[in-house]
Design a protein around this ligand. Structure first.
Ligand code: PPY
Length: 275
């Protein structure tokens, strides 16, 4: 089975993939961006893609949400929640006080905003934490550092100047495992829906939410993203504690449909246990 994730070696996405597929016969493929992973699933270059979707400090990975909403063939079949420990990585001989720039993935920079400001350094965005680490190593510079996984330090010959430096000690990222065709798992106990309202009218969202409440369906997340059609218009990503085949969820989807709104099931899977 072919599994793709955001590379190069040493990303948090790699860690999530290895943990989720541990013990299985897997041929791993790395891609330079999250959108490339989703495209590769869509084009069936790989069977599964593993992408980050949400972080406890910084919130949604908007690139993933937008990629999922754009592509009607993608389906989430699992989630993996990983503890994230951010580290300051640098070339041997670098002093923390000499660091002027910190390179990393935007999610990692955001998780360490206070730390970076405290150093008086500037952040610079790369496609992944590990690509930032690789670039720091290749540059040989002693006035830059990278923020990332301790695995990346080993892979690129960097030293860890400081560990566990994210702005809140509790730091978890939820990754999702995506495949192309729908595969409804009979033991799924959680689903992700994408609701697009057909009109803007007072109470439209409340009516949708009331359907879930009336059917005793617990919502664990509600995230809005712009429709990209007009300022002030949104789509809603809704996580529900019920498998896709659950009677109540089927009923909710059909009732919301009768209101004229669009509902797409983005995935259905078993709730992750924290690793
Ligand atoms: O860049 C990485 O290592 C990723 O896998 C994306 C990411 C960045 C920060 C936290 C979790 C995932």
């Amino acid at each position: 089975m072919r599994v793709g994730y955001l590379g190069p070696r040493g990303t948090f996405s790699e860690e999530a993939s290895l943990r989720y597929f541990e013990g299985q016969d897997v041929d791993y493929h790395m891609y330079p961006s999250i959108l490339d992973v989703l495209d590769a699933v869509q084009e069936q270059e790989i069977d599964f893609g593993v992408v980050p979707i949400e972080n406890s400090i910084e919130g949604s990975v908007t690139m993933t949400l937008d990629g999922l909403s754009k592509d009607p063939d993608l389906f989430i079949v699992a989630e993996v929640v990983l503890p994230i420990e951010q580290n300051l990585l640098a070339n041997v001989g670098t002093l923390v006080s000499d660091i002027r720039e910190i390179w990393s993935h935007p999610q990692a920079l955001a998780q360490c905003r206070d730390f970076i400001r405290g150093l008086g350094a500037r952040g610079k965005a790369w496609d992944s934490t590990a690509s930032a680490a690789a670039e720091v190593a290749a540059s040989g510079r002693k006035d830059v550092g990278a923020i990332g996984n301790s695995w990346a330090a080993k892979k690129f010959g960097l030293v860890i100047l400081q560990s566990n430096l994210q702005d809140a000690s509790e730091n978890h990222t939820r990754f999702v495992v995506v495949r192309r065709e729908e595969k409804a798992l009979s033991d799924a106990d959680k689903s992700m829906l994408l609701v697009t309202l057909n009109e803007e009218r007072a109470g439209a969202l409340v009516h949708v939410l009331n359907v879930f409440a009336a059917l005793n369906l617990n919502l664990t997340r509600l995230e809005s993203r712009p429709t990209r059609k007009k300022l002030g218009t949104y789509q809603f990503f809704i996580d529900v504690e019920a498998g896709w085949q659950h009677d109540h969820l089927q009923k909710a989807i059909s009732v919301i449909g009768t209101f004229g709104h669009q509902v797409r099931v983005l995935g259905s899977y078993r709730k992750s246990k924290k690793i």
